[in-house]
Write a protein that binds this ligand. Sequence first.
Ligand code: NAD
Length: 538
Amino acid sequence: MSTTPGSGGPLVDGPADPEHDPAAVYALEPDDVAALTARLVSTTGQTAQVNTPLTGAPLAHIPQSSGHDVAEAFARARRAQRAWSRTSLEHRAAIMLRLHDLILERQGEILDLIVWESGKARKHAFDEPLHVALTARYYARTAHQHLDARRVRGVVPALTRVEVNRVPKGVVGIISPWNYPFTMALCDGLPALMAGNAVVAKPDAQTMLSALYGAQLLEEAGFPRELWQVVAGPGSQIGPEVVDRADYICFTGSTATGKRVAAGCAERLIGCSLELGGKNPLLVLRDADVERAAEGAVRASFSNAGQLCVSTERLFVADQVYDRFVERFVARTQAMSLGATLEWGTDMGSLISADQLATVERHVDDAVAQGARVLAGGRHRPDLGPFFYEPTILEGVTPGMTCFGEETFGPVVSLYRFHDEADAVARANEGEYGLNGSIYSRDVKRARGLAAEIKCGTVNINEAFGATFASVESPMGGMRESGMGRRQGAEGIHRYTEAQSVGDQRLLRFAPMLGMSDEQYARMMTANLKLMKKLRRA
Ligand code: NAD
């Protein structure tokens, strides 16, 4: 292992061999790529080249879809959905459980593809099949609970019987980002299928292969091939084509694009869920276990090189533990191993692209130029791969700096000291976002109390983000400009259904009977209302 001078100390590199070239060890077979891309609806004859961020080398040529191809994908999906919506929940759940097993069996191939396409460390890629398997099992096991027709109270007991049905929306459009290319392409679609819908997926252009491999696994598990269509192309062109045809949109990506998608959905009066950006705070309280908090802060800030919607970019640390925490956090960060490899064993991989690297450099350079101090990292590492950037800790970040309020979406975290917990919560709540917050404290009851004050869709206590994100029964999503709607749990499946109430009325009509006048009828109904209240009926 070689050591290199970082701004605040040495950072340990990953691969022991400086000549290590992952491309020489692993290769994607052209036939495998062709089998995957054959699933795309594409008649344009045009392709777009994607490169692996590990080395910058070309990875595949992805056929591109046109507006006409998107229309064709929707036509196929609609045909498939009609038959699918008549299948039993048992049938769907059995396929979902086969998918669970298949994903665990094919884990090696899945991880290779994810690492190839995204450049992330293998241990961060592992979170993806794990999350899809958990989601598949959860919705298979809870299908009846969420989807069975539910009897509700009728207005006149015994004479009015009402049931609420869960009717599938139809064809759901799923627009997903590159950062978790396998699970973001798949996990939101599983409850859509479970509820009787079809899907047209538009994954990010940089990570089509992971998404296409997911589509292949769905078919192998037993879902009809036509039920899950995939289209490809630049988001700004193909995304609106999907929005224009879907019955519901599930969008994951930036807040700026999410607003455009929401406007498109509003125009058509279709529903949408939006999983958007964040500038997530982590609070280390005065009674925190400092070692545990430092370990958690590393995962919170640098998982997937910080390209994670729920990762921490702002760390608020109590005065009483500030120095001890910072010393442990910096030491742990500087000990992280970085490397371009498909193997296990590195702590952090590459950023996805030159654009992402440029944003990270812009944020750090701007902060440093305005007086922020770099306690660890702060450097591009082209010696490891074209887009590598060191995990970076900043101190002295002030409101005028770009990284104070803007999402970096990279391995950069700012440290802030606080004296008073109420002040820390107020500062954590600053800005437009509200995705995830984390609190480290030995007093869990007090931390739960503080959690209620934090304006975020998820709050994790003594954990970075995993406690809520991996608990797929709990809804996950953002408050404020971090999103609308929720994935996971009951909300995550009900969004793909229309609640349809069906009532049947026995004997009594909702009109005067037996020669009653309208006035007599009104008097009888008034007496009835009073009686019902006395009897404590709803
Ligand atoms: P992005 O908004 O640029 O792209 C996301 C998706 O939208 C891609 O598939 C893209 O092709 C598509 N797209 C682009 N323009 C479009 C348009 N006009 N209409 C329809 N679709 C369009 O986001 P990104 O930079 O790829 O992803 C990073 C962002 O995603 C970050 O802000 C991150 O916080 C957020 N994110 C949020 C979650 C969450 O669950 N809240 C999860 C992952 C990522």
